[in-house]
Design a protein around this ligand. Structure first.
Ligand SMILES: Nc1ncnc2c1ncn2[C@@H]1O[C@H](COP(=O)(O)OP(=O)(O)OP(=O)(O)O)[C@@H](O)[C@H]1O
Length: 548
């Protein structure tokens, strides 16, 4: 395929009178060894369109992103046009700027040790080459950019000092800014690709992001939006393309589809929603663990009881402290004060507690940051799944790897890991499939207390439902589960009880029929109808923020 100057369109895919698509992809395929990750994928993204790219875990979305980002070389035979001009594949790093394409990857692509200013102006600073950098000018440009998008961060802060929310917003602003400059120069629409940009963002920040997305689309540029959150997809996209097993399985205008239609297009079947049985009041279940006077950075003194066989949800806005609790209860982060006492009398000082003690007591923790804290990317799936159980696979000094592989394959089937090949390294799996491996690892140990931080982040709707069923079943067998999550829908679906945090304190306890998505969101923003809830578990003298 011969390259032409993308800024000088020479052929159009549509009739001359029609506006060509911003992006036209035809027959894009990608094979990794035995895996056909993409198989003859074709779709168009029109100017000013927000286009959803959806699909189950492992359906090929990230592979497509990586081809568009020039990271993967596609198989022979694919064809790409940008604003009507043919573009040679694989794309070269210099193509993106010239075309007006920019990306926000799942890891955001910021350099943690550099400042906000340096990250924002990285390209311009790099282009300065050996010349002296005019910091005054760069600073003014960065200030103008941040003001344009209403993002309030200090320019001299290092990225690793920023909150997750501000990192995400900064990455998105940088991507938008890259194409804004380019589009002003060329007078042609650009394309921003957002690969699951919202999993860490609370609703108010998602709103901010969506405002930015609309701003970009209103100016004629296009956005590809990848997400497993169907509601967000319904809200922000104009049209979606759905991938299944590497092929396009459908395309639909968002306005013509219902939530259920979208789910069915993605997983290929209707999803029957399991109705959580809340007929047994949480108070009727015996207490399994009592946390008392827990205090830690970002967490004010609080008391939490967890019943046997209960799923207890913890939530709140970002920074409210709820997400710190699972780590404190596992001894992964030390508390400033607090104890945890189990029904059998065993007591833990949460200031001194270590993860080793937690594991000995049959607790398990699934951290939210699965890339850094959960799995070992270079180890195989079977090693990752059975790592905590190695002892039970040693016989006469030998590791029974055959038995480990068989057990890993069984778990892989149960948790729908794709491809279900225990030999593959964790790194070869898609993000959602890697998460399934780690959930299977801990569920398989049958802990007495399972501590979860955002357990289904990046997991597709079908598998989510299966994981919820597995959690539900585990509680009927007596497991107690604490689930910290910002996903109100998930909490409403699985939890018996939800504690809502604000400024490090528990401000509401929601139980029984009040455990609904709207109610949980309302409580997070302090607008929940109070009558439906129990008395809040606030300490004496603490302001009830939810009510004020
Ligand atoms: N570097 C690689 N080596 C081998 N196989 C790979 C590699 N990258 C992806 N795959 C395989 O290609 C398929 C598509 O993966 P991809 O990451 O594109 O899925 P995805 O739709 O982005 O999934 P998720 O929603 O979980 O992020 C999967 O079967 C995956 O295991």
């Amino acid at each position: 395929m011969s390259a032409v100057d993308p800024l000088q369109p020479q052929s159009t895919s549509l009739a001359a009178s029609q506006t060509p698509p911003t992006l036209h992809l035809k027959n894009i395929s990608k094979t990794f060894n035995a895996t056909r990750a993409l198989d003859q994928v074709s779709f168009d993204v029109m100017p000013g369109e927000v286009h959803g790219l959806l699909g189950t875990n492992g359906s090929g979305k990230s592979t497509m992103v990586k081809i568009l980002a020039g990271f993967h070389v596609p198989d022979q035979g694919g064809h790409m046009e940008f604003n009507g001009a043919e573009v040679a594949l694989p794309l070269k790093p210099s193509d993106f700027r010239r075309l007006g394409m920019s990306f926000v990857h799942q890891n955001l692509g910021l350099v943690p040790s550099l400042t906000v200013l340096e990250n924002l102006r990285l390209a311009q600073i790099a282009l300065a080459g050996g010349m002296r950098i005019n910091w005054r000018r760069e600073k003014a440009a960065a200030r103008e950019t941040l003001e344009r998008y209403g993002v309030k961060v200090e320019q001299w802060r290092r990225i690793d000092e920023l909150s997750v929310v501000n990192r995400a917003l900064l990455a998105i602003v940088r991507a938008f800014e890259e194409i804004r400059e380019e589009c002003e120069l060329t007078g042609k629409p650009g394309l921003v690709l957002l690969d699951e940009p919202t999993p860490f963002l609370p609703r108010e920040d998602v709103d901010k992001l969506f405002d930015l997305v609309r701003q970009i689309a209103d100016h004629g540029s296009s956005v590809i939006f990848i997400s497993h959150d169907i509601e967000e997809v319904m809200e922000i996209t104009d049209r979606v393309t759905v991938l299944r097993d590497g092929r396009v399985s459908g395309e639909i205008e968002t306005a013509k589809a219902s939530h259920e239609d979208m789910v069915e297009m993605i997983i290929g079947r209707k999803l029957s929603k399991s109705q959580k049985d809340r007929s047994t009041d949480a108070d009727e279940k015996p207490v399994f663990a009592s946390v008392r006077d827990l205090e830690a950075p970002g967490v004010a003194r609080c008391d939490i009881d967890i019943a046997k066989g209960e799923i207890l949800g913890l939530t709140g806005l970002i920074g409210s402290g709820y997400d710190k609790i699972p780590y404190l209860m596992f001894g992964a982060n030390p508390a400033l004060a607090g104890t945890m006492t189990l029904a059998d009398g065993k007591a833990f000082d949460l200031v001194e507690m270590s993860p080793r003690q937690a594991i000995e007591a049959d607790f398990a923790l699934l951290p939210g940051d699965r890339h850094e804290q959960s799995g070992v990317a270079s180890l195989s799936i079977f090693e990752n799944m059975l790592l905590p159980d190695l002892d039970s696979y040693v016989r006469r000094g030998f590791l029974r790897t055959g038995a480990m592989r068989r057990e890993a394959a069984r778990l892989g089937r149960e948790y729908e890991v794709r491809p279900n090949d225990p030999e593959l390294s964790l790194a070869a799996l898609s993000g959602g499939n890697a998460q399934k491996v780690l959930i299977a690892r801990w569920m398989n140990r049958n802990p007495v207390l399972l501590l979860l931080d955002e357990p289904t982040q990046g997991v597709d709707v079908g598998t989510r439902a299966n994981i919820f069923k597995a959690l539900q079943k585990a509680t009927t067998d007596g497991m107690s589960i604490v689930c910290a999550s910002s996903d109100a829908e998930q909490l409403a679906e699985i939890c018996d009880r939800v504690l809502v945090f604000a400024r490090g304190q528990i401000v509401q306890e929601i139980t029984g029929n009040a455990v609904t998505k709207d109610h949980i969101i309302g409580a997070c923003y302090g607008t929940s109808p109070r009558g439906a809830d129990r008395a809040p578990q606030t300490q004496a003298g603490v302001q009830d923020e939810a009510g004020s």
